[in-house]
Design a protein around this ligand. Structure first.
Ligand SMILES: Nc1ncnc2c1ncn2[C@@H]1O[C@H](COP(=O)(O)OP(=O)(O)OP(=O)(O)O)[C@@H](O)[C@H]1O
Ligand SMILES: Nc1ncnc2c1ncn2[C@@H]1O[C@H](COP(=O)(O)OP(=O)(O)OP(=O)(O)O)[C@@H](O)[C@H]1O
Ligand SMILES: [Mg+2]
Ligand SMILES: [Mg+2]
Lengths: 261, 261
């Protein structure tokens, strides 16, 4: 069955969505069967993969409908990027997810139950999380085997990581003891700036203290926002964009983990 | 009494916190009495103004304690930036704000009630909101006279604005008919990139359609993350940093609005 990876950091704008989409692209390029699940009401991953959230809402074919309105997950999943990967889209209707989850018996386990139905059809399932440690994010952690923590190399992004790890520990002790941190991914890195280098050193130390891998930092490159604009992964536009080695290393580590799974 | 402005966009990392801190700095420099209220559990504004959230938690002197644990607001407010402005700090304890608000009678009006107690002591009260349209964000809108919408000049940041305006309309019709959008502030703007210019044009058009002012875009400048690192506003480090004219224009418009208030 598929390995499930959640990508999260409650700090906003650190490259969670861009990372999910580009890692999915590299896994698909390696011949893997990949599903991206958009767990963010902003529907950034959906938009980044060229799909209009409102269209999916009209068809009652988003994550919201799968979780709370009995839509079959196969009905909501669509093929994207020239059929190289699949997407379970979201829309603004997911903004009510937390109150829906809180009003149902064991609501935070609904996502895991739906994902388990289709785990046999994929090699990897990537979950893009919103910028807050909410019930939908906890639901993603309940369903995940691995966690990737993107963090901009700047102070505010680092400060939230201890809290994230506390939430993860709660999930491990109550629901999902097998979940592991795949690593920390430094993003939006500018090697010319002292602060970026200092924060990168802090992240590396944090990784060391917690026994996490810290991947090589992803530098800024125009291919990534261009990809968002064109509805496709940045690395599909420029395979050699800055950071491609980091994303490739993550994809390789994931493929190794799969064969050992 | 003070004019209250909320700064929000549910898209993460668009420069909400940096904008609040730097506008507060310019208002203080103009001799205004300014209070920054950190409504984000990440406590970015608190950290940006050089205060450790955990210290305030230990003293039971954060926004959480003021809203839900009967701490007097004067006890939680501290003076920052060489006494040029005040801060009502937050901490991770605010992460439970939504469930606290949902469990109390008219919980989303608690913030407005607390702010009204001290409105006479300030000219401006700036509310920094988290990257989601949650109950704490609605509470900030209930308390505000003005709304500033920072938006990065990139696709994903723009997509969320219609939903933000819908939430604002709900607040206007149910609680706060006087609230108005001060304007849209394009941020993290790179004039060399086609997409940034295209998105700026989209934001300008969106402003025109809704009758909002669109301020001149703020370009990237190293002073801003440097300020975050040093616990002070970027414009205190480099008063002529790129974007200073935009922030100055916003401060000037706010001062005009105050005299007409
Ligand atoms: N390596 C990069 N180079 C240049 N721009 C990048 C890079 N990675 C991400 N970006 C840009 O940074 C912005 C934030 O990225 P993204 O939306 O993926 O972050 P996020 O953490 O998912 O945000 P949110 O917290 O709102 O979910 C986007 O405009 C994106 O295009
Ligand atoms: N004009 C600028 N030039 C350079 N960097 C900037 C500028 N404005 C903001 N930043 C940087 O961009 C990042 C995001 O800014 P900030 O944290 O203020 O956004 P936010 O919208 O408050 O994020 P969140 O959604 O997490 O609350 C920070 O690292 C900040 O230092
Ligand atoms: Mg995202
Ligand atoms: Mg912020």
């Amino acid at each position: 069955p598929a390995l499930v990876m959640a990508t999260l950091n409650q700090k906003g704008g650190v490259g969670k969505t861009v990372s999910v989409v580009n890692i999915a692209h590299l896994l698909a390029k390696a011949g893997m069967r990949v599903l991206v699940v958009d767990c963010d009401a902003q529907a950034s991953a959906t938009i980044h993969l060229g799909v209009y959230p409102a269209d999916r809402d009209a068809l009652k074919a988003t994550l919201t409908h799968v979780l709370f309105h009995k839509t079959r997950i196969e009905h909501a999943i669509i093929s994207v990027c020239d059929d190289s990967m699949d997407l379970l889209p979201s829309s603004i209707s997911l903004a009510r997810a937390d109150s829906e989850i809180n009003s149902r018996a064991n609501g935070s386990l609904l996502l895991r139950a739906r994902i388990n139905e289709i785990k046999d059809r994929y090699d990897f399932i990537l979950l893009d999380c919103p910028p807050h440690l909410s019930q939908i994010t906890v639901s993603a952690l309940n369903a995940a085997d691995l966690v990737l923590i993107p963090s901009q190399t700047e102070t505010l992004s680092l400060m939230g990581i201890p809290q994230l790890l506390e939430t993860l520990a709660d999930v491990q002790s109550l629901v999902n003891p097998a979940i592991r941190v795949l690593g920390i991914l430094p993003t939006l890195y500018d090697p010319r700036r002292n602060q970026d280098r200092d924060r990168l050193a802090d992240l590396t130390e944090m990784g060391g203290q917690n026994g996490f891998q810290v991947f090589p930092p992803v530098r800024r490159a125009v291919a990534y926002p261009t990809g968002v604009n064109e509805g496709k992964p940045g690395l599909a536009i420029d395979p050699n964009a800055a950071g491609c080695e980091s994303y490739q290393e993550i994809a390789d580590v994931m493929i190794d983990r799969l064969s050992a799974y």
